[in-house]
Structures are given as structure tokens and as C-alpha cells.
Design a binder for this molecule. Sequence first.
Ligand SMILES: Nc1nc2c(c(=O)[nH]1)N[C@@H](CN(C=O)c1ccc(C(=O)N[C@@H](CCC(=O)O)C(=O)O)cc1)CN2
Length: 290
Amino acid sequence: MQLIDGKKTSQAVKLEIAEEVKQMISAGMKQPHLAAVLVGNDGGSETYVAAKIKSCEEVGFASSLIRFGNDVTEEELLSAVKKLNEDADVDGFIVQLPLPKHISEEKVTEAIDPKKDVDGFHPQNLGRMITGADAFVSATPQGIMELLKRYNIETKGKHAVIIGRSNIVGRPMSILLSLKGHPGDATVTVCHSRTANLKEICLQADILVAALGIPEFLKADMVKEGAVVIDVGTTRVPSTETKSGWRLKGDVDFLNVSPKCSFITPVPGGVGPMTIVSLLLNTLKAARQK
Ligand SMILES: Nc1nc2c(c(=O)[nH]1)N[C@@H](CN(C=O)c1ccc(C(=O)N[C@@H](CCC(=O)O)C(=O)O)cc1)CN2
């Protein structure tokens, strides 16, 4: 079994980005600028946005953070999005999800200028990605594709099973793996909460992507010997063993599944760090396109 080290890979990608930024600046271009909108004080969202801002500093990007309380109205948030769309200094921006229940994530996502949508969540980017056209691809699926590429994992002709059909991970992941090229050319099955015979389908998978958000859902008896397992889950579960009172759990029962795998991503240190570098790559692309 080989561990897919997302932390190490993300460091390598960050060095590549930092080098590109230096070249852009010496060619007279301005620093790429990523803005993040954070609503409320959800612990996970705070952590992820802080990590995004810190990563911007590491690679030489400018960054800005726009914060709102949980009581922000949809109108106020849409107006902030409009301002960012019009701000010539901002190359790309994200609105951290999830948003409070009284705000429509769909409306907010659709209000973002697709050219600045470095999360790749806008329907225009999703649509372009489906056709294989140039688009901003959402960060987590893009990060997984980068891991498959850098670890030389064969996907052509393989059966990939994705558990989860979210717009930000499961669905785009299924498209990317089925597109022509490497990594791609896979035969893909998307499973979800209504799938019958889930275990039997998982047992046929050469590549298994668990992205359903249920800690340790994927058990050893659902995994074929030699499969590649990608764990997208990052659920905070209560723990008496940590100072914070919680620990991170993936969607895979890592202890029992890993001995059966050819490759597996850990949690933490697998897909998560690649999500952040993919966002940086999209921001670099947005800055270049401008
Ligand atoms: N606007 C967005 N919102 C959300 C996205 C997104 O891509 N754009 N994805 C997730 C959260 N997310 C990024 O925002 C994210 C999740 C996990 C990690 C990560 O690095 N995880 C680490 C562990 C970090 C920890 O200790 O908690 C790991 O897995 O090693 C980064 C980003 C939902 N919202």
C-alpha cells in the first residue's frame, strides 16, 4: 500500500506557483489577488479560510478577507459579490460554504462573475467543464486529479466509483474521470444515498472516491484488493484525546481499508491540502487571463 501524501504534493505545487508569481512580477504583471468572503463563525470555515489566506502569502499572492456576521441578509451578501465582480484589483474570489440557511447558496454562486469564479461553482464553469472546454474546475476534484497525475495512477479503462453526488465534489469528479485524457478515460459509476447494492458496486471499483460526509462509511468489506481509495471526508467528531475537543475523520475506515489498497489518501493530509492549492492554481489562471 502506498500513501498518497497530499501535504507533500501541495507543498511542491505551491513552490511551482511561487516561481510563476516571481516570473509574472518580473515581467511587470501585478500580484494575483484572491478575495474570500466568510459568513458567520463556523469553526471549519474559519480554519479553511485562514489556510487559504496563509497559502496566498506563501506563494506571493495578495489576499483580502470580507467578513459578515450570521445575520447578514442575502441582499447584503449579493451586494458584496457585485462589488467584488467590479473590483479590477481582485482576480478571483470565493464565498466560503456553507452559508446560513436564510441565504440561497445557489443565488450567491450564480451572482459571481464566471471569470472570477475561482471555486468553479458557477453553472457556466460547471457546464464548460462537462464539455471539456476551458473552465475553472472546482478545487477538490481538481486536487484529486492532480494527485492521480503526480502519483502516475492509471485511470484509462478503469472502473471508478464515486460515492456522493454533490455539485462541488461528486458530480464534477465523475465528469473529470470520464473525460478524454490522463487522468481520465475511466468508466464511472456515481453512487448516492438511494443506490441499491452499494457494497457490490464498490467491490467492482478499481478507483473509489468516498465523498459523502459520513465518517468511516467505507469499510474493508466494500473494497476490492488493490483498489485506489480517495477519501474526501473531513468531519469533525468529538474527541476526549485532543485539546480542541474534536478530531478530523474521513469517510473511509482507514485502519482496516488501507491494507487492501494499492494507493490511499489519509485524512488529514490527503485531499484537503490539495483543495487549497487548486484554488491558488485557479487564481493564477484568472490573473493570467486578465
Ligand atoms: N467556497 C468553498 N467552500 C467550501 C469548499 C470549497 O472548495 N470552496 N470546500 C470545503 C471546505 N474546504 C475548502 O474551503 C476545505 C476542506 C478541507 C481542507 C483541508 O486542508 N483539510 C485538512 C485538515 C484541516 C483541519 O485540520 O481541519 C486535511 O484534510 O488535511 C481545506 C479546505 C467546504 N466549503
